[in-house]
Design a protein around this ligand. Structure first.
Ligand SMILES: [Zn+2]
Length: 296
């Protein structure tokens, strides 16, 4: 019954590593399977639930620590990992259901921050006991900050890089914000060179609207601009956070107005020498007009 995992810590987690690890841990806990087959599946008949350090309350996941246990009688030793920690650490799960999450978090830590933990286990890390955790971890989507993304851009979790499919040619970009932005732009260029040229020029001329410009590109590439509208509207533009439905663009006095919060709240951005405030929807509308062949 003394089934134990060992994870002596060699260094602190860097802030971005810890941010990614806690995000993944939260996702795992929010998407728990009903049962665990980890560590040989000895408790696969029992429900899988994750509680606080003593088997009660809520797990602790914050900028300092990740700490949890199984539920009630299905708790065993507390799993605890600190962002800043050194020395010998271990967790005896006795194969109880929460073993699945202990293994998954350790695997994620090894992947995100190589060399930080020196993980060993009474089960084979590459063997069947850890396989359910490996499978579960594989279902985790890229970190929230990596969304939204284009269809031809993917984050390769095992290689830790962005990959852009350019007509069968694979371009790769480093993880992190800079790599993400570069991958996104390459993805736009691969999908629609004319749109990319238009956007890149606009960003050079008006750096203040860069983020709106690239989001507008995504809307266009996702087919979010509908020019086929009636009445006084000139277009409808799909909301990127689907909860809000479509925005309606109207023309008045030679300018375009949008009913989104950015525009209505007066935070839309002006470009040099123009009276037109730009939210991403109005940019998407103009890009769609310029890059849709049948309208040109
Ligand atoms: Zn808008």
């Amino acid at each position: 019954m003394g089934y134990t995992h060992y994870y002596p810590q060699q260094r602190d987690f860097a802030p971005h590593e810890w941010a990614e690890l806690t995000a993944i841990t939260r996702w795992l806990l929010a998407n728990l399977p009903p049962h665990s087959t980890s560590a040989g599946g000895c408790f696969s008949e029992y429900p899988l639930a994750i509680r606080g350090w003593d088997g009660e309350g809520e797990p602790e996941i914050n900028g300092r620590v990740i700490s949890f246990n199984g539920d009630g009688d299905l708790a065993h030793e507390t799993f605890c990992l600190a962002r800043r920690g050194y020395g010998f650490q271990f967790c005896k799960t006795a194969r109880k259901p929460y073993d699945l999450i202990v293994c998954a978090v350790l695997l994620a830590a090894m992947e995100i921050a190589p060399g930080t933990l020196d993980v060993s286990s009474d089960g084979e890390i590459r063997g069947e006991g850890w396989q359910p955790a490996r499978d579960f971890l594989r279902t985790v989507p890229p970190p929230q900050k990596d969304k939204p993304m284009l269809t031809n851009v993917t984050y390769n979790r095992s290689e830790r890089r962005y990959e852009v499919d350019c007509d069968g040619r694979l371009l790769t970009f480093s993880p992190g914000v800079d790599g993400r932005q570069a991958a996104f732009r390459a993805g736009v260029e691969a999908q629609n060179p004319a749109l990319y040229e238009l956007a890149a020029k606009m960003v050079i001329d008006n750096p203040a609207i860069a983020s709106r410009v690239w989001r507008a590109c995504q809307i266009v590439l996702e087919g979010g601009v509908n020019l086929n509208v009636s009445g006084t509207a000139v277009a409808t533009v799909a909301s990127q956070s689907s909860a809000y439905g479509d925005y309606v663009l109207q023309a008045s006095d030679g300018l375009i107005a949008c009913d989104c919060e950015d525009f209505a709240g007066g935070t839309a951005v002006y470009t040099e020498g123009s009276e037109q405030p730009y939210c991403k929807h109005i940019l998407a509308f103009q890009f769609a007009l310029c890059t849709t062949p049948e309208l040109a």
